[in-house]
Write a protein that binds this ligand. Structure first.
Ligand code: FES
Ligand SMILES: [Fe+2]
Length: 440
């Protein structure tokens, strides 16, 4: 890859082509569980901006610049009071739209307060997540209809973790399919496989691939011979601008969306959206028969003083991800506990921003290289013309997309089957679109 393309893909700060592109989309900003009504503000860094988040007494969510527009004190230390935040330096108060609504340090006859705003971003809550729109439009586009974020409260699951590297490294880990049989399951025996499909994957570690450009991003189908004349397909997705859907279970049951939301060029917040009781839950990953893949992902306590204080992992670069060299030799290939930490280790140790000019990509890396090309093309087109992919304006683009496994007869049309199974998944979870969602 050319150095200039790597720069285009990885730099996300204000004014950068990639950062501006991402700002056209709604971004998962923080979880509803991270703030309390009238409680302390939360430090949130997003696309290189230091922001504060808070929830008002009436339950509205806010996200705004932490610098007070008066004399630049930090609003993090402000008082969350009556549907706004009051800077404690001279008492200026701002509502959640950023408008100054009280200026007690100025004479009452002045209208100075009407001219003052702090930069604030519109927020919408859905499914336990507060979404923010940081783009330039007067009226934000609709929220994307991602099925994994449309689950009812009693059957949903969101969890998060900080990754201390560029956003693209985290995302590419999700679409680098061939690593499963090595990093995660390199030490596994066929007996440890939890299903016949996993056994097939463990036996054939160099499957064939089809990689396709889609309206929403890219998709791959990896296929291996299965019983008789059947073929095992594993289908995964990349969706603009930073979403993935990985294959874990059968396609008609798989409900997942993984977001890699850039904090700045060197840090990314990962959010997992899914259903309750499947896969990771509250930062616990259910036991797996494959040694080292299951276990608990432990987090450090939240550090409210830091812009990087949310969802920090206990196993990290400083303690070498708690690698156990004996376990590595005898049982688990990596010697590192949980698939999530294994992924964290490989992606963080590439460097804060991987130097992709040094890579040598093979045929098994086709999804990674095609996805990069797809993003570069979309971002360049956006920079030149202002046109975004359809998914910005049409929330339906995300609705009929899912990932997962399919065991199909050799002659079956895998794309047509994937559509049928996606419909089955939507029906299975009762996620057919409601009229009110179409009107948003
Ligand atoms: S610096 Fe915030 S009110 Fe003066
Ligand atoms: Fe992985």
């Amino acid at each position: 890859m050319r150095a200039e393309d790597n720069k285009l893909l990885t730099q996300v700060g204000p004014g950068s082509p990639m950062g501006s592109f991402m700002r056209e989309y709604w971004l998962p900003a923080y979880m509803t569980s991270e703030v309390e009504a009238d409680g302390a503000p939360l430090r949130v860094k997003l696309l290189g901006e230091k922001l504060i988040a808070f929830k008002t007494k009436e339950g509205r969510y806010a996200l705004m610049d932490h610098i007070c527009p008066h004399r630049c004190a930090s609003l993090f230390f402000g008082r969350n009071e009556e549907e706004g935040i009051r800077c404690v330096y001279h008492g200026w108060k701002f509502d959640i739209d950023g408008q100054c609504i009280d200026m007690p340090s100025e004479p009452p006859e002045t209208d100075f307060k009407n001219k003052i705003r702090v930069k604030a971003y519109p927020c919408v809550e859905r499914g336990g997540m507060v979404w923010a729109y940081m783009g330039t439009r007067e009226t934000p586009p609709p929220l994307p209809l991602l099925n994994a974020n449309r689950m009812p409260e009693n059957n949903r699951n969101i969890w998060a973790s900080l990754r201390e590297c560029n956003w693209l490294q985290g995302l590419e880990g999700d679409i680098d399919t061939s690593h499963f049989g090595f990093l995660h399951a390199g030490g596994a025996t066929l007996k440890q496989a939890d299903s016949r499909n996993t056994q097939i994957m463990l036996t054939d570690k160099a499957p064939k691939y089809e990689v396709l450009d889609r309206e929403y991003g890219t998709m791959y189908g990896a296929y291996r011979p299965a019983e008789g004349d059947n073929v095992l397909w594993r289908v995964a997705q990349y969706l603009f601008p930073f979403w993935t859907m990985s294959p874990g279970s059968l396609m008609e049951e798989q409900l997942i969306a993984r977001a890699w939301v850039p904090i700045d060029d060197g840090n990314v917040m990962f959010y997992h959206f899914g259903k309750k009781g499947a896969g990771p839950s509250n930062n616990k990953i259910k036991g797996s028969k494959i040694h080292g893949l299951g276990g608990e992902v432990k987090l450090k306590p939240h550090d409210p003083t830091s812009w990087l204080g949310r969802f920090r992992l206990e196993s990290n670069a400083e303690n070498e991800y708690l690698i156990d060299r004996d376990v590595q030799q005898s049982k688990s290939y990596s010697g590192i506990d949980t698939g999530h930490i294994q992924d964290t280790m490989v992606t963080e140790t590439m460097g804060v921003i991987s130097d992709r000019t040094k890579e040598h990509l093979g045929t098994s890396d086709k999804m990674v290289s095609q996805t990069r090309r797809r993003i570069i093309k979309a971002v360049k087109h956006y920079t030149e013309t202002g046109e975004t992919p359809k998914s910005v304006n049409d929330p339906l683009v995300y609705h009929k997309v899912t990932s997962g496994m399919m065991n199909l007869p050799k002659e079956a049309d895998w794309l047509a089957e994937a559509e049928i199974k996606t419909d089955a998944m939507i029906k299975h979870y009762g996620l057919e679109l409601k009229r009110e969602e179409l009107n948003t």
